[in-house]
Design a protein around this ligand. Structure first.
Ligand code: SF4
Length: 338
């Protein structure tokens, strides 16, 4: 059965016309979908006949909150159970500038980054646009909070589920959908070069974040196997093309690991790599994951690394750690067992 949350308004219009219904009904249905209703019976401005037809041919609900954990800092991690019995995690983070939802886009991940808990569970399947969007609606319903920012930094590599993530972003962005501006949406990728270039041509104003983590190929390959496929030089070329086409600043994420990539020589190497680029460096104190070998750099080293980059004219900030006490921080999400 088709899920209406997977469809654009124009596609729902087409479905209704094919059912012999008036096209304008689609607008009413679409509005209900993004008010978060889970059943056709709640669509009170539709006739009983139409509700019956919709029930026979379509579904709405994709997932539901099975479990949640609240951090001391107010961050909430949700375990979302999908209809096929799989589960993903999503996180609500509260910042001064608004509430951010961190979304998963795949069940598991193929990329195998060795600092990431999500990589340990292997790849199961892509999430559909409806499953991606429903995480936002469920978080809003459960927390009573309005989401104003979206980050694709949960489980999965968003550029490896390109079409579904793009469709989800367009629906999130749609003024008649969730109406969250593209500038409030960030996509984080480990560096899938062909799809960075594809994204540059989408005419989408969202923010692109590249998980870089080292400016040296041997170190980066030891942390992220994808570097064996697309080297740092290739990723940089794609980033330059992206900036040139979109005129948008790229964020480079750099997780600092004690003794691996956190020396001032590493900072210098990184500064040289990024010199002259329209970019920002987001330094992440790496979070320990079960069975992981990496240790977090000391605060002194993190600040020295940041200051070195800033002195060299590369804007760098240290990411505030949210939710690390409940394993909701960057790289800690897994498909937890219920
Ligand atoms: S860091 Fe991202 S791309 Fe790498 S394994 Fe984890 S989820 Fe996948």
């Amino acid at each position: 059965m088709k899920n209406l949350r997977d469809l654009y308004l124009s596609e729902i219009e087409e479905e209704l016309v094919n059912m012999g219904e008036k096209k304008y009904r689609a607008k009413q249905i679409f509005a209900w979908l993004y008010r978060g209703v889970d059943s056709f019976d709640e669509m009170t401005d539709l006739s009983k006949d139409l509700i019956q037809k919709l029930k026979e041919n379509y579904e709405i609900k994709c997932l539901e909150v099975a479990k949640f954990q609240k951090s001391k800092d107010g961050t909430i991690k949700y375990l979302m159970e999908l209809k096929d019995g799989n589960a993903v995690e999503s996180v609500l983070m509260k910042y001064k500038y608004g509430n951010t939802a961190c979304l998963s886009n795949q069940i598991g991940c193929k990329m195998g980054c060795n600092f990431c808990a999500s990589a340990k569970i292997g790849f199961v399947r892509n999430l559909t646009p409806g499953e991606i969007i429903s995480q936002i609606l469920e978080i809003e319903k459960h927390s009573g909070e309005k989401i104003s920012n979206i980050v694709f930094m949960g489980i999965g590599e968003p550029l490896d589920n390109y079409d579904n993530v793009m469709k989800a972003i367009r629906l999130i962005n749609d003024p008649k959908g969730l109406n969250i501006g593209a500038r409030h949406i960030s996509i984080s990728t480990c560096g899938l070069v062909p799809n960075i270039i594809r994204l540059a041509d989408e005419n989408m104003q969202c923010n692109l974040c590249i998980s870089l983590h080292s400016s040296k190929d041997d170190v980066r390959s030891s942390m992220m196997p994808i570097n064996n496929r697309y080297s740092i030089a290739e990723v940089m070329e794609a980033c330059k093309e992206y900036i040139q086409k979109t005129n948008r600043r790229i964020t480079f994420e750099y997780a600092l690991v004690d003794g691996v990539n956190d020396s001032l020589a590493d900072a210098d190497h990184l500064a040289k790599l990024l010199r002259g680029m329209l970019c920002h460096v987001n330094l992440i104190p790496i979070n320990k994951i079960k069975g992981g070998n990496y240790e977090k750099s000391s605060t002194e080293k993190i600040l020295a690394f940041r200051d070195y980059l800033n002195d060299k004219g590369i804007v760098a900030t240290v990411r505030r750690e949210l939710g690390s006490d409940i394993d909701a921080a960057c790289g800690q999400l897994v498909r937890s067992q219920k």
